[in-house]
Write a protein that binds this ligand. Structure first.
Ligand SMILES: *[C@@H]1O[C@H](CO)[C@@H](O)[C@H](O)[C@H]1NC(C)=O
Ligand SMILES: *[C@@H]1O[C@H](CO)[C@@H](O)[C@H](O)[C@H]1NC(C)=O
Ligand SMILES: *[C@@H]1O[C@H](CO)[C@@H](O)[C@H](O)[C@H]1NC(C)=O
Ligand SMILES: *[C@@H]1O[C@H](CO)[C@@H](O)[C@H](O)[C@H]1NC(C)=O
Ligand SMILES: *[C@@H]1O[C@H](CO)[C@@H](O)[C@H](O)[C@H]1NC(C)=O
Ligand SMILES: CC(=O)N[C@H]1CO[C@H](CO)[C@@H](O)[C@@H]1O
Length: 929
């Protein structure tokens, strides 16, 4: 074997790196001086095309061959749980297996998915040329010494391990010679310097490929890939396995499975697909991030920044295997140690969630198939008349003229402009759907969206350089906007501006079908026979092929092939739409996207897609909401009462209650189903909706404050129990209950006919929201009453929750008095926060125009602390409810002055102080005896 050194390949690097540096310069300029609202960085020549390594192949064939047949000792006594699959596709025989240099054992001790063909202990395709460690991390070069079973092994690899922060290590394995595709966003801010005292150490070994991240405090290896599995880095097959320190794994979305993921040979496939939510399928979004929680509570997170189609396999060891079909292996590992801190650290990398406009936290009503403005109006007005709080009316594609983007149906929706103006008069808002595909068959000069798109050359091209044609909602065929094209920013902004000027002034956009979805599988001409369409390894995508229900992998965007950019399409659309709307309206944007990728939450919210109206789907919506929060997209909800199939009164009654506590709360229905807005379903649904939504509206200041903390710190809004009780193992698989922040425990009824719920209540002091009754839990299941019109809610001792008098919409409620719920813990202490601003301003943090207040309870005294009061509008405190006051109260003092308007309820042990008129921006003291 000729001894080739990585060195000899590196000669070209200097030259290549000149170009790379030029590109970095542009990116740098962009990032250091971002426009007010970040616009995406588009570089026409940023090396995003997949790189072929053809020129290396002939050389390689001289120097490397298949790995040797393993010696028996390398195969024996490998635990079934620790067998890593060496033959993931096709029918394997002993011969085929051993030809790959792998071990064969058809008989395993355990039935299941134990692979019969597995990697030997010493399987290695690469050898280090050198590896050097410093205080800041490690750099190593390795060369390919054996052929993998996949074409085009990358000859030379570099591993960079950087101790970026105390709680985050960055490990990047890439080709140092030829730049390979890396996602242009989410943009990860570069770290200056390095951590001198990290929570972790990273082990490498010059004889083994991989790395191990060890938590210093527990000495546990949380992610151990050193010599584990069959590390491979071929052009279209990149694989890395690692043993994990826990089998409690969450994330790897979007999925419709249990919140706690199975480690029983379970494959999660990530590839954005227009797919009705179903178990074990790749769905609308891709989030290559997981959270691991060890018994005892130590938590960590692993993010693979890679946008190509991939399988992620969990096996009982426990261990994880990543198999992706492009890009590089770019890992960020977060050390927590609490689950909440892991999410904060993850969102530092992918971007903190946007702050939604205040009105968007109200209730939303929508359906596909109102079919006319008249019907939209009638249904909306019936619900308003019934007292249902409603902030936002929506329309689906039926508002469009012939389902054409940016045009509305002037016959059936005549008067839309006035309708929207009237909504605004009443303090309501209006949102419409928009798709990324536009009709290409209109007569020239009659449809500006297509004419402009052609003129500005912002449409996706096919393999032969013509506009790629597919079919979505349009009557004929559809062309797709290229959201990776720098000129799309102007195109989209101008189109939205023109629609707003000439048609009607919507307040937000619903970006749908942006996987992107395309009915004909690829294009109306199919897709060319190409290695991008049919890679050597196809992840377990539904339909078996990448282009099913989407555009061809060979389709061309300005910055590369769809093969690499597919999962990023919705993120690109989200970034551009967020920018365009804020430019046009001058207000904080509201966008809901169906497809998502890591970092999406910085620009848009999301909803669960086209689910169906069943009790099971309603229950499954909770893991969906919790996962969205894990992925840094707290503004998420599911179509309340279900989208497809007919809902029932019993289901919708319970679903409206649960949906009142989705961070994004919208009732939405499919065409041809009977109406499912509360009033159309009758008094029981109205009754439940009124009660639950009134509570939502009362608690909106608390919810908004949680969104602020998410925006600033990367906190979750809707939270699994174990985020607050990480050392309580019994919380790890609870996904039928959840929390808003630390303090509100939501326990929906998920079974038809049930009027009680057996809920797991973690150890501590809790209070029933409705009765004020105290519940002291030792960490046990407790039966809670749940009459049909009631969703059980518990308040957690130790917190202060800010409230406001509810109203028909938030523009009205924002003028009303605020309140405080004071919920003491065992020590009779509590604390809480309130963030308040005008609710619509872009960048209140940067502009420093907001109020931030803290509240504290100690014994029989409540005080506030004014951290900031730069937003000048009355924030009047009208009433204070104190829970768990054990003895009768005789007097109340406000700022040392006697206050008569209070009552003490001996049954519920609640002290209610009323008719206050306190400016919360002044310090106050409330005491009672
Ligand atoms: C490691 O090997 C690479 C590739 O052969 C070479 O460019 C680099 O200078 C070497 N580094 C050290 C520290 O020897
Ligand atoms: C395989 O690895 C073991 C320890 O990990 C080592 O003792 C043995 O020599 C290796 N065998 C070969 C063939 O490299
Ligand atoms: C690209 O589109 C053109 C015109 O729409 C069509 O004639 C051609 O066959 C397409 N090429 C591919 C590879 O699909
Ligand atoms: C697209 O591919 C899927 C899976 O192979 C197939 O079921 C479906 O019929 C195809 N659709 C069209 C329009 O060809
Ligand atoms: C709502 O339901 C509850 C009990 O289920 C009942 O007591 C109450 O009268 C109902 N209210 C209305 C307005 O129907
Ligand atoms: C979890 C669940 O019930 N998912 C269902 C959603 O709807 C599709 C199609 O209607 C079913 O195939 C899924 O099983």
């Amino acid at each position: 074997m000729k001894n080739i050194r990585c060195n000899s390949f590196l000669r070209g690097v200097c030259f290549a790196s000149f170009f790379v540096n030029v590109i970095y310069f542009f990116i740098f300029v962009f990032v250091v001086f971002p426009p007010k609202n970040e616009i995406p960085n588009f570089e026409k020549s940023s090396g995003m095309y997949p790189v072929k390594n053809d020129r290396l192949i002939s050389e390689k064939e001289f120097t490397v061959g298949l790995p040797p047949v393993p010696e028996f000792t390398q195969c024996e006594k490998v635990n079934d749980d620790e067998k890593f699959d060496c033959f993931p596709r096709g029918i394997v025989t002993q011969n085929l297996c051993e030809n790959r240099g792998c071990c064969w054992s058809a008989v395993s001790n355990k039935v299941g998915s134990v692979p019969p063909c597995y990697y030997p202990r010493n399987y290695t395709l690469y050898k280090y040329e050198n590896i050097t460690s410093t205080d800041a991390g490690t750099v190593g070069y390795m060369k390919n010494v054996h052929l993998s079973p996949y074409p085009e092994d990358i000859q030379c690899l570099r591993i960079d391990i950087n101790y970026e922060t105390d709680s985050r290590v960055h490990v990047k394995i890439y080709d140092p010679i030829q730049t390979r595709f890396e996602p242009p966003f989410p943009y990860v801010p570069k770290v200056k310097g390095y951590s001198r005292n990290p929570l972790y150490e990273v082990k490498t070994d010059k004889n083994k490929i991989g790395f191990t991240v060890v938590r210093k405090s527990s000495k546990k290896a949380i992610f151990d890939s050193l010599g584990v599995g069959g590390f491979t880095f071929a052009n279209q097959f990149l694989q890395l396995s690692a043993k994990l320190s826990t089998k409690f794994i969450y994330g790897l979305g979007q999925h419709r499975n249990d919140f706690l993921l199975s480690t029983d040979w379970y494959t999660r496939t990530l590839f954005n697909r227009d797919q009705t939510p179903a178990e074990d399928m790749n769905l609308y979004g891709s989030h290559p991030f997981f959270l691991g929680v060890e018994e005892g509570g130590d938590s960590f997170g692993v993010f693979l920044l890679n946008s190509n189609a991939m399988d992620v396999i969990l096996q009982p060891s426990p261990a994880v295997t990543y198999r992706t079909i492009g890009g590089i292996l770019n890992f960020y590992i977060f050390l927590g140690p609490t689950p909440e801190e892991v999410i904060q650290q993850y969102t530092e990398v992918v971007g903190k969630p946007m702050l939604p406009p205040y009105w968007s936290l109200g209730f939303h009503l929508c359906r596909w198939g109102y079919n006319s403005l008249e019907n939209t109006k009638t249904i909306m007005e019936k619900n308003l008349a019934a007292g249902i709080p409603l902030d936002v009316q929506w329309n689906d594609i039926d508002y469009m003229e012939d389902r054409k983007d940016l045009l509305y149906d002037k016959k059936n929706f005549a008067g839309l402009s006035k309708f929207v103006d009237d909504l605004h008069e009443q303090g309501m808002h209006y949102v419409v759907i928009i798709d990324p595909g536009i009709s290409n068959v209109e007569a020239p000069g009659t449809y500006f969206p297509y004419d402009d798109a052609v003129a500005m050359d912002v449409l996706v091209k096919n393999n032969t350089g013509d506009i790629l044609l597919g079919k979505v909602w349009n009557t004929e065929t559809t062309a797709f906007l290229d959201f990776f094209n720098p000129d799309i920013v102007d195109y989209w902004k101008n189109s939205i501006l023109r629609q707003q000027k000439e048609q009607f002034k919507y307040d937000g956009l619903w970006i749908d079908m942006n996987e992107p979805s395309d009915a004909p599988n690829g294009s109306i001409y199919g897709c060319p026979d190409d290695v991008l369409e049919h890679p050597p390894y196809v992840p377990s995508v539904s339909g078996g092929q990448l282009s099913v229900n989407t555009i061809c992998m060979t389709a061309k965007h300005t910055s590369g092939n769809h093969y690499n950019l597919h999962n990023l399409y919705s993120l690109a659309e989200g970034i551009v739409t967020n920018y365009a709307i804020s430019q046009v309206t001058g207000k904080r944007p509201f966008i809901i996207s169906r497809a998502t990728f890591s970092g999406q939450g910085k620009y848009t919210g999301t909803w669960g897609g086209d689910n169906i109206s069943t009790w099971k789907e309603m229950a499954r919506s909770i893991p969906y909401i919790l996962n969205s929060n894990l992925f840094g997209m707290p503004l998420s909800g599911e179509d309340i009462c279900g989208f497809q199939k007919e809902t029932t009164v019993a289901l919708c009654q319970r679903w409206m209650q649960l949906g009142a506590f989705y961070p994004f709360s919208r009732n939405h229905n499919s065409i041809n189903e009977k109406p499912q807005d509360p009033v159309s379903l009758g008094p029981d649904v109205v009754n439940s909706s009124l009660k639950a939504l009134t509570i939502r509206y009362t608690l909106l200041p608390y919810l908004y404050t949680l969104f602020w903390l998410a925006h600033i710190n990367g906190d979750t809004v809707a939270r699994p129990l174990f985020f607050e009780f990480p050392s309580d193992v019994k919380t790890y698989d609870v996904s039928t209950q959840f929390l808003w922040g630390p303090a509100l425990h939501i326990i929906p009824v998920l079974t038809e006919g049930a009027t009680k719920v057996d809920a797991y209540i973690p150890k501590g002091r809790w209070f029933d929201y409705y009765t004020g009754n105290e519940i002291i839990s030792k960490g046990e299941r407790i039966r809670l009453p749940a009459p049909l019109d009631t969703i059980p809610l518990l308040l957690r001792g130790g917190y202060v929750i800010s409230t406001q008098e509810p109203a028909l919409n938030t523009v009205i409620s924002r003028n009303k008095n605020m309140g405080l719920l004071i919920i003491p813990n065992e020590k009779n202490e509590a604390k809480g926060f309130l963030f308040w601003d005008d609710g619509d301003l872009i960048d209140p943090y940067e502009k420093n125009e907001y109020n931030f207040l803290e509240f504290y309870l100690t014994e029989n005294k409540v005080i506030n602390k004014v951290v900031k009061c730069n937003y000048i509008e009355q924030t009047n405190l009208g009433n204070v409810d104190i829970f768990g006051v054990k003895t009768t109260v005789n007097s109340v003092m406000i700022n040392n002055v006697n206050w008569k308007n209070f009552k003490y309820l001996p049954d519920s042990k609640k002290l209610i102080i009323e008719d206050l008129n306190i400016d919360m921006c002044q310090t106050f003291v409330i005491q009672w005896t």
